[in-house]
Design a protein around this ligand. Structure first.
Ligand code: SP5
Ligand code: ZN
Length: 342
């Protein structure tokens, strides 16, 4: 299987994440990329390809222009104020104070465009986000041209990024950008299967009123898990999109037996709806030793995941999302790819 990755993905090297009331080194670190590449090489994957530049047009097909402009200018605006730390949102429009205008000051703009305080903006963030969507788009181009599966080692991840919000370590929604591009290339319906531990709130929001993208997600129950405010089973899509959003929230502690049972139900929904392309939002933070997540999949279970995904028999684009057990992330990703190609 071809692997797409960009060294520019590592241009984002944030120092801080607000977690548990403290500023800690971010869980979503650039070392993840090298560990995944090493794991893939060790497993015999040798075809590593740098992406082609696709520009911002495919991003603007799913994200608002003012949001993209915010991401492009945020760090400079922050630095111009002489701030010591990284750009972190700290005030929001809320239930009792709905924002009616987008503020001009960067502190207010951060609150408008952020969905949480877990994601600092630092120098190199916009560049890394652009590399990440180029990785997704180049991998997509390969799948569309050959019918062969491809893996896009996207970093930063994408599935929490909504039409005009960043957070959960995500800036551009790589899976959504790729799905839209596939539709624009002539496909009628695309499935996005999100197996990251966290609900893909951004992907759901982008497509929830549409039937041309089926969004199916298996994730930690938002009653107790990030992102808390989306991902319940009764969120099924709206209007035209009714029935094309499918959520499977599962309790913390869920292990392989239940998880694979739910995966088969998810696959059935994908088969029923006649999707022509499968995009997998591939988080491996369902791993039992993930430091911020709560499912119990073993490294061997990821091989089985790959096998079961391959059994759908659809052209498949795998895009990296989360996974924070840095020591094991390479093995876990390689196992999915090996299972799929076995
Ligand atoms: C792409 C992706 O997986 N994003 C996840 C973003 C989660 N951010 C909030 C993490 C909070 C972690 N707190 C747990 C502390 C355990 N020591
Ligand atoms: Zn995740």
């Amino acid at each position: 299987m071809r692997i797409y990755h960009s060294e520019m993905s590592k241009a984002r090297r944030a120092r801080t994440e607000l977690d548990g009331g403290q500023l800690v080194p971010p869980w979503e670190c650039p070392e993840r990329v090298d560990m995944i590449l090493a794991g893939l090489r060790k497993a015999g994957f040798t075809e590593m390809v740098e992406p082609a530049e696709h520009g911002l047009a495919p991003v603007l097909a799913v994200h608002d222009a003012d949001y993209v402009d915010f991401l492009a200018t945020c760090w400079d605006d922050w630095q111009a104020l002489g701030r010591e730390g990284e750009a972190i949102a700290w005030i929001w429009p809320t239930r009792t104070m709905p924002g009616r205008r987008i503020p001009s000051c960067v502190d207010g703009r951060l609150g408008h465009y952020a969905l949480g305080a877990d994601t600092s903006i630092c120098g190199g963030t916009f560049e890394a986000a652009q590399a990440s969507k180029d990785v997704a788009l180049s991998a997509l181009d390969h799948v569309l041209a050959t019918g062969e599966p491809a893996f896009g080692l996207c970093r930063p991840p994408g599935h929490h990024a909504a039409v005009d919000q960043f957070g959960g370590y995500c800036f551009f929604n790589n899976a959504a950008v790729a799905a839209q591009r596939a539709l624009d290339a002539g496909l009628s319906r695309v499935a996005i299967l999100d197996v990251d531990f966290h609900h893909g709130n951004g992907t759901q929001q982008i497509f929830e009123q549409r039937s041309d993208v089926l969004f199916v997600s298996i994730h930690g129950d938002p009653m107790t898990c990030f992102p808390y405010f989306m991902g319940h089973a009764d969120e099924v899509g709206e209007g035209e999109g009714a029935g094309y959003t499918v959520n499977y929230p599962l309790p913390e502690g869920t292990g392989a037996e239940v998880w694979f049972h739910v995966l088969e139900a998810a696959k059935e929904r994908i088969r029923e709806t006649g999707c022509e392309l499968l995009i997998v939002s591939l988080g491996v933070d369902t791993f039992e030793d993930d430091p911020i997540s709560a499912f119990k999949l073993s490294s061997d279970d990821f091989t089985e995941m790959g096998r079961r995904l391959g059994a759908l028999g659809l052209p498949t684009l795998l895009l990296m999302e989360g996974g924070y057990a840095v020591e094991e992330i390479g093995v876990n990703v390689a196992n999915v790819l090996s299972g799929m190609t076995s």
